[in-house]
Write a new protein. Structure first.
Length: 463
């Protein structure tokens, strides 16, 4: 993911919206309040291990990039003087084009507030709000990792006091880089031989699986051209612009039974029917977490979920989508011999060969098909994971409870429309990210709202 970020912007944005209690926009103590918010955020960040890391490059790619400890500098936080919810979304859309440098700091928290007009979420009144946008390099975390960081910062603390970590100075960093390069050069002959041997073992496992008629694996993360359906008008370069929108819903308004992910995918399928017209087959790319891999910050596969456009009945379409989600999750939960052998071969691959192969893949990657016409990421942050007491999130920001959270996947040359689904307690936020060059975001959100209303009306069980 780090090497790919040189040609493909892949930063993830997660929005957290909090109440700003008893705060007026023109109050004399508003600036004092925001200073307190920044101070609290710095202390919370220091207790998260992953936020105290940065990437160390190795000269000549003679070894893989390494994670090193790093101080949390002042550039990790940015305050933006906007006054409305829509202005904050517009600003985040602009920030999507400003990619982080993981060798300096692989994350940044953008602070907006106090602002007016933010969706109500769990709040009793609209009131002022503080919006945080966690911008995080995909090098550092995938969807599960980002959720864990947010839980660590705003969930119940796991330690009594923040721990200060000091990173190496620039002189030591340079010495480490060249020592790693020298060690990589010494290991190179052995690494090549081991890779060849493990590659042959992986090939043998693949042949066994084919003879037995078993699935050999799952599509790799970041490869939207791997398999799927024909390109649509959504599957082209989004250009530099980004448009963000968020729909905040009461979980109780959604059909019960299927997961929120299945319900949302069903609504998205009907919105795509209205946007793109009828189709024989249509899929969405859904990142699905793979079995845990020690030391891995990205461990997922972009898998195609059939949206069943040939089936018009809401209940039937939703049941099929839910069944396919369950089947895929069960399949990827098992580490097959093919997956184990492939992971072992990949871990032994010399870094410079991996980098060379990635460059060739990026320059030659063209296809007439995609994994899905859109991407849909989903995170379930239930109250069991985000402890709530009396309707308030433990450790909420500056005493204000969280209203909702929303996530925005990154767009690629083959993906011009993305969705995020995040549930916290009784609130579900469905986010949309696209480009003015791809689709009118407001028109599409209207389609999605109509689809959600249809799914709620026709997909709920009858009394």
């Amino acid at each position: 993911m780090y090497w790919s970020s040189a040609t493909q912007h892949s930063d993830i944005f997660t929005i957290l919206c909090f109440d700003a209690p008893d705060l007026c926009f023109d109050a004399p103590d508003a600036s004092v309040f925001m200073d307190a918010v920044l101070s609290e955020l710095r202390e919370r960040a220091r207790r998260i291990d992953d936020l105290c890391l940065r990437v160390l490059n190795v000269p000549g790619d003679l070894d893989w990039p390494h994670w090193v400890r790093s101080d949390i500098g002042p550039d990790a936080f940015a305050v933006h003087p906007v006054r409305t919810w829509q202005e904050s979304l517009d600003r985040i859309g602009e920030l999507a084009g400003d990619q982080l440098d993981p060798t300096e700091c692989p994350w940044r928290i953008h602070v907006f507030g106090p602002i007016a007009g933010a969706p109500r979420g769990c709040a009793d009144e609209d009131g002022a709000a503080i919006v945080l946008a966690l911008q995080i390099s995909h090098t550092l975390a995938d969807g599960r990792g980002t959720a864990a960081i947010c839980l660590g910062m705003f969930g119940e603390p796991t330690q009594d006091a923040p721990t200060r970590r000091t990173g190496p100075d620039s002189g030591r960093m340079q010495l480490m880089r060249w020592r790693l390069a020298a060690a990589g050069m010494v290991r190179l002959p052995v690494s090549v031989a081991v890779t060849a041997w493990l590659g042959l073992r992986w090939l043998a496992e693949c042949r066994k699986a084919v003879r037995r008629g078993r699935v050999t694996g799952v599509p790799m993360a970041g490869g939207p051209w791997a398999m799927g359906v024909p390109l649509t008008e959504l599957n082209r370069s989004p250009g530099p612009g980004r448009t963000l929108r968020v729909i905040v819903l009461d979980r109780g308004a959604l059909p019960t039974g299927p997961s929120v992910t299945a319900v949302t995918l069903t609504a998205i399928s009907y919105a795509l029917d209205e946007l793109l017209g009828p189709a024989h087959r249509r899929t969405a790319a859904v990142p699905v977490g793979l079995p845990p891999c020690p030391g891995s910050h990205n461990n997922y596969g972009n898998l195609p979920i059939d949206l069943y456009p040939e089936t018009d009945a809401v209940g039937e379409r939703m049941a099929r989508i839910a069944g396919e989600l369950t089947a895929i999750q069960q399949r990827v939960a098992i580490r097959t011999p093919v997956m184990v052998a492939g992971a072992r071969a990949e871990s032994a691959l010399p870094a410079f060969l991996a980098r060379w192969g990635l460059r060739r893949l990026e320059t030659r990657a063209t296809s007439d098909t995609v994994t899905g016409v859109t991407v849909v990421t989903s995170v379930n942050a239930e109250s069991a994971d985000l402890p709530m007491t009396g309707g308030r999130l433990d450790g909420a920001l500056a005493g204000g409870r969280i209203r909702f959270a929303a996530g925005f996947p990154y767009l690629t040359e083959y993906m011009g429309l993305g969705h995020g689904v995040i549930g916290i307690g009784p609130v579900v936020a469905i986010s949309v990210i696209t480009s003015p060059d791809i689709v009118d975001a407001d028109a599409y959100v209207d389609m999605l709202r109509r689809a959600l209303d249809r799914v709620a009306a026709e997909g709920s069980p009858q009394p």
